[in-house]
Design a binder for this molecule. Structure first.
Ligand code: GLP
Length: 245
């Protein structure tokens, strides 16, 4: 795993945006795997600016990691809404080439099968962007007993509900389930880019990327990916001193 340390959140965001922009410049019709959460928002802001200047999004395809089950696309906390707001409405990406799991599909099996089919249909993911949950989750892959899953429906862990309640009016409004790409989908991406910022993630960064590989820390499997890059700021890497190359 390549590790890029940046001084702060802004530096991390520029670095992440640069890597995505380079991917898009080298292969304009690439498939970008995108993530939500607070971590990538500034990187999306840079990409939105560049997308109106010199960066061509018009041939790109995107597939997002996850979506809350039961939230309609126009709900302010849905990941559909998040992606519109932070990126899709700001750049000339074709709306019919942006994909997210359908949170309103009540048939779990169908929702998951359909999304696995979408990923196959677009030809797989060239570059997958990931954030990191406090318990080591990626997408919404919570600590588990195995890695080998495609798109599936998860019951969110108490820790994830607590972490995400800041975006909702009350804790009761946080959906309890989500559709997420599985570790199998994520690991199949040709390149992986993990973005992490802040002291509150320092402990899990050490555990996930310098500890044993275990489904109890889902992100730890990324240590085995042949082309993974971690972009993290100084705070996020503050417990890894002495471990960094
Ligand atoms: C959420 C998302 C993840 C995200 C993670 C970290 O639950 N499903 O895709 O990476 O939590 O979020 P944040 O970047 O806000 O810390």
């Amino acid at each position: 795993m390549r590790i890029i340390q940046t001084p702060d959140y802004n530096g991390m965001s520029i670095e992440v945006a640069r890597i995505i922009a380079a991917q898009l410049s080298l292969k304009p019709d690439c498939v970008l795997g995108l993530a939500t959460g607070s971590t990538p928002t500034l990187a999306y802001q840079y990409l939105s600016e560049w997308g109106n200047q010199w960066l061509d999004f018009s041939k790109a395809t995107s597939v997002n990691l996850d979506e809350y089950r039961g939230l309609p696309k126009d709900h302010e906390q849905s990941y559909h809404y998040f992606m519109q707001k932070h990126l899709f409405q700001n750049v000339p990406i074709r709306p019919n080439r942006t994909f997210l799991p359908d949170g309103m599909e009540p048939d779990i099996e169908r929702a998951c099968q359909d999304y696995d089919d979408v990923i196959r249909y677009v030809g797989g993911i060239d570059l997958q962007l990931l954030g990191l949950g406090h318990n080591g989750h990626i997408g919404f892959n919570e600590p588990d007993t195995c890695f080998a899953k495609g798109t599936h429906c998860v019951d969110l862990s108490e820790q994830t509900i607590q972490a995400n309640k800041r975006f909702f009016q009350s804790e009761d409004d946080v959906p309890r389930q989500a559709y997420t790409m599985g570790i199998k989908n994520i690991l199949s991406a040709r390149r992986i880019l993990i973005a992490v910022s802040g002291k509150d993630k320092a402990h899990i960064v050490k555990e996930a990327f310098f500890g044993p590989v275990t489904p109890q820390v889902p992100a730890s499997i990324l240590q085995f990916h042949q082309d993974a890059t971690l972009v993290a700021d100084k705070d996020a890497l503050s417990e890894c001193e002495g471990l960094l190359p």
